[in-house]
Design a protein around this ligand. Sequence first.
Ligand code: ADP
Length: 159
Amino acid sequence: MKKALFPGSFDPITLGHYDIICRATALFDEIVVAVGENADKRYMFTTEERMAFIEKAFAGNEKVKVVSYQGLTIDFCKKLDIPFILRGLRNPADFEFERAIAHTNRDLAGVETLFLLTAVQTSHISSSIVRDVIRNRGDYTLLVPESVRIENIEKYYIH
Ligand code: ADP
């Protein structure tokens, strides 16, 4: 069974992530979406919330699994015996950043990284823009899958 790990913060999942996962399911038997838990990062949503948004978006899709992890992505790949990392590329800045990580991951662990170019319609979307829209009372629903509906959203408003 050909599996790929799609690691990220998914804080929250956006239509860009959603597009990459959907397209990758045509290439792999299983996509394991790995939600990072990095102690140094301050997330808007808890690990459970970030996972639940993704699980709900792919409910009924047997090819998509959602897990959380801490530590190095390659160590987690080894633990699950997954030889491929999947990443999305939006622009040249993403490429420069991802290139160094992909080389390092292959050198250290022999894990290959596969990149999918983002769809034009979603290439401008990032989780950080979504968080900014939420904090400023904008209509975030245009940027995320329908599964992302935020309860008690007032607690995130900055003014
Ligand atoms: P990280 O903190 O690891 O960058 P993200 O959740 O921001 O985590 O992104 C996870 C992956 O999804 C990355 O490969 C990123 O390039 C990709 N991605 C982010 N936004 C989009 C988008 N709009 N379209 C396609 N891929 C995206």
